[in-house]
Write a protein that binds this ligand. Structure first.
Ligand code: NCD
Length: 349
């Protein structure tokens, strides 16, 4: 953990393999500690975490708030409909208001790409110490979701030692609306960094060919990739060709609200071509876990029967795993913000 150098957490493209290991290792430690009642961890006592969600959220926001509370932080949450946004206050000014109240970590979600980054730059140039954690921006990035998915897969493949190497050489199939998914983009960075080979599967309207090159260049804003050798990425149009040999399948929500044109000819057709079912999964040739970040369109991305089968479907496990992952992120950020890990209470006891 001493090598942790990210002040803000905006995009997994900037993460090295050691960064993933640091987060997974801390999450493992947090999940095995008692975290309720009087035995809450005191690590962030007296510190204020603000969750600024300018876009709807069920899981991510509550999970961050629970994670912050389990570390004994104070939590302030913001909801756009009842705020001064409706009076025309800008996003940056809104965030500055929470900083003025003493918020040290801002978890920010916005429908537009780049808002958390812009806010981080604004705080830096104003000389503020507060740090920004991206809770999902536009189509761009959703780092905490990418990390909790990685945690879920690592725990599935190597329950005794769920570290990044558990993903090495695994074939992970991502199905569906890749184009509109910030979750898919964050997973592409995380999975390939850990040596997984990713197969992307969907129709051209939801999965342009260019996605096969997604991790080929150094990540945006960096001259060299922090990961020396990534796993491969390939595009496969037909599910019947993508599934054989898969070690895990992740399917993504059809993001109807983000579709700017009539990209789909119909949900029934989509389900027929790309919907997951018990029968379809038998093509993998072995039992595989199915992940979905939620919310799920029941009967579209997967059948109701599959969604309700916890021996395969990891949706609830992903939600559970989100809390220790977000505890790890908040802990690391608060340590970076105070520029000294000694400022935080030891969690090793
Ligand atoms: C995702 C999101 O908001 O990007 N959900 C989530 O955070 N669990 C995916 C989605 O909305 O489909």
């Amino acid at each position: 953990m001493s090598g942790w150098h990210h002040r803000h957490i905006l995009d997994l493209a900037a993460f090295s393999r050691e960064d993933y290991a640091a987060v997974l290792e801390l999450a493992e430690r947090f999940r095995s500690l008692p975290v309720t009642g009087a035995r809450k961890l005191p690590a962030l006592q007296g510190r204020l975490v603000a969750t600024l969600f300018f876009e709807p959220s069920t899981r991510t926001r509550s999970s961050f708030e629970l994670a912050a509370k389990r570390l004994s932080a104070d939590v302030q949450s913001f909801s756009p409909s009842s705020s001064s946004l409706s009076k025309g206050e800008s996003v940056l000014d809104t965030a500055r208001t929470y900083v003025a109240m003493g918020a040290e970590v801002l978890v920010v979600r916005h429908r537009s790409t780049g808002v958390p980054q812009q806010l981080a730059e604004d705080l830096e140039s104003a000389g503020e110490r507060a740090v920004v954690l991206n809770g999902g921006d536009g189509l761009h990035s959703h780092p905490s979701q990418g990390l909790l998915d990685l945690h879920t897969l690592a725990r599935h493949f190597a329950p005794q030692y769920p570290m990044p190497e558990a993903l090495q050489g695994r074939r992970i199939v991502l199905v569906g609306d890749i184009l509109h998914s910030r979750v898919a983009r964050s997973n592409l960075w995380a999975l390939t960094a850990c040596g997984a080979d990713v197969v992307l599967c969907g129709p051209p309207s939801l999965l342009p060919d260019a996605f096969s090159e997604f991790v080929a260049e150094p990540p945006p804003g960096q001259s060299v990739d922090p990961v020396p050798k990534r796993g491969s990425v390939r595009v496969e149009r037909r599910l019947e060709r993508a599934l054989p040999g898969a070690d895990a399948v992740m399917t993504l929500r059809l993001q109807k609200e983000r579709m700017t044109q009539q990209l789909l000819t119909g949900l029934e057709r989509y389900h027929r071509d790309y919907g997951l079912s018990h029968e379809r999964l038998s093509l993998c040739g072995q039992p595989v876990p199915v992940l979905h970040p939620g919310p799920v369109n029941r009967g579209v991305e997967m059948t109701g029967a599959l969604l309700d089968d916890p021996s395969i479907c990891q949706v609830e496990e992903q939600v559970r795993n989100g809390v220790p992952i977000r505890m790890a992120l908040l802990y690391l950020m608060a340590a970076a913000e105070s520029a000294s890990e000694a400022a935080l209470v030891s969690i090793s006891s």
